[in-house]
Ligand binder design. Structure first.
Ligand code: UD1
Length: 417
């Protein structure tokens, strides 16, 4: 396994191009199962999770090929089984459940196991698909789903689950009649999926609001589609500008989708502005100040930016409080940040961060994707050398992060552990 060795203390200056969104690309690629014609996707990030998705699509009978930032998928003979070997490395594999049931009336998808950031069950996906006529059994670790033709239904989600909304949205496109998804997730990635499905001939209204209406159609055709930029990668680079006291211009950077993050970073003493060339981020004169952050479904502050902003809080004057409302166990980065000199106390779902003057380099262990990013950010600001071990997770979600950061002045080496 690789580790990143970071020599901290360099203000990052220059331009970084934001890659395509991982969390939009995963469901949109999975939606290839629904179409009866070839599809070409552009702006696809070259990440481990995307390679895993392409492998899974190929096993399910839709061969997927990557070239540059383009993925081409050819529909062939669909097969219903998503094997455990792939599903265990990527929980989002469960997103093939809705499309397989809609196309084949059958799906055998390995049950995703627990994961570092909480239990993450898929009960909301299954109950909603049952309302559309599917029946599920659990056999030898596999969810076996069967249905005749899926039927439109009125579904109310107890929680606006992102993956659940995506699974049901995909399933509903080919169902008989109308499906209404209430208390649906409003995340920009759900909106991107809906736009893609519409480009393939689906009839969808209300995406981006909490009530989505889908009129089933008999079939979906192919199309060419550009994946939206990654708001979490972009947000991570905004923090990199602030934590190192540098100045970064992000090209291809989302803006409205990052609103909640930008408001908080500005409140902490950053200056983030949209220009004709991209989004410019730097620290205002006067240093960083603490603030409070509560993670919420979109348009609230995203849980996927919580760890990165906490790294910034570590070096901000005063006290910050972080309340994590989406996942029950998403403070794995805290003890590692403490090893670098941070002052953080956890109490239930809250973390209290008291700003310190400096962080110092240390060997630290990455435990999940965004936790890894927070440790890289802390390492960029720390005095001395930080070894971020087990960066397997980082490679699942950030495209060539060390190359992108080195191009704006960082000193990061990738070494075998
Ligand atoms: C997606 C994102 C992830 C992000 C999360 C919340 C992808 C590939 N991943 O994950 O990066 O952090 O949204 O914005 O897009 N839950 C249940 N039962 C269910 C489904 C979810 O209890 O059937 C719970 C989960 O355990 C979790 C919460 O609901 O505590 C949020 O989950 P959900 O919105 O579904 O997130 P994901 O789609 O897994």
């Amino acid at each position: 396994m690789d580790k990143l060795v970071i020599e901290g203390g360099v203000p990052l200056t220059g331009t970084i191009n934001v890659s395509g969104s991982k969390n939009a690309a995963l469901p949109i690629l999975m939606a290839s199962i629904l179409a009866e014609e070839p599809i070409t996707y552009t702006n696809v990030p070259r990440l481990r999770d995307i390679h895993t998705t392409n492998k899974l699509l190929s096993i399910l009978g839709c061969p997927a090929e990557f070239e540059g930032d383009t993925v081409s998928v050819r529909p062939c003979d669909l097969k219903p089984e998503a094997p455990y070997d792939l599903v265990k490395t990527m929980r989002a594999s469960v997103l093939c459940l809705g499309p397989l049931l809609a196309r084949l009336g059958e799906a055998r998808v390995a049950l995703p196991g627990g994961c570092a950031i909480g239990a993450r069950p898929v009960d909301l996906h299954l109950t909603a698909l049952e309302k559309m006529g599917a029946r599920f059994e659990l056999e030898e670790g596999y969810i076996i789903g069967r249905c005749r033709k899926l039927k439109g239904a009125h579904i109310y989600f107890d929680f606006p689950t992102v993956g659940g909304t995506e699974n049901l949205l995909m399933a509903a496109t080919l169902a008989e009649g109308e499906t209404i998804l209430e208390n649906a997730a409003r995340e920009p990635e759900v909106v991107d999926l809906a736009r893609f499905l519409i480009a393939c001939g689906a009839k969808i209204e209300g995406h981006g609001t909490s009530v989505i209406r889908v009129q089933g159609v008999p079939r979906l055709h192919g199309c060419e589609y550009a994946i939206m930029p990654d708001r979490i990668e972009a947000g991570t680079f905004l923090v990199a500008a602030g934590i190192t006291g540098g100045e970064l211009l992000l090209t291809g950077c989302p803006w409205e989708e990052l609103d909640a993050v930008i408001v908080k970073l500005n409140a902490m003493g950053m200056h983030i502005e949209k220009t004709s060339e991209g989004v410019l981020a730097k620290r205002r004169n006067g240093g960083l100040r603490g603030t409070d952050v509560t993670t919420q479904p979109f348009p609230g502050f995203p849980t996927d930016m919580q760890a990165q902003v906490m790294s910034l809080m570590c070096l901000a004057e005063g006290t910050s409080v972080v309340q994590e409302n989406i996942f029950e166990n998403r403070f794995m980065h805290v003890l590692e940040l403490v090893r670098m000199g941070a002052d953080i106390r956890i109490s239930g779902r809250s973390a209290v961060v008291r700003g310190v003057k400096r962080l110092t380099g240390a060997p630290v262990m990455a435990s999940d994707l965004r936790a890894s990013a927070s440790l890289v950010l802390a390492g960029l600001a720390a005095r001395g050398t930080t070894h971020v071990q087990r960066i397997y997770h980082l490679d699942r979600g950030y495209e060539r992060i060390e190359l992108k950061l080195n191009a704006v002045g960082a000193r990061i080496r990738r070494e075998a552990e």
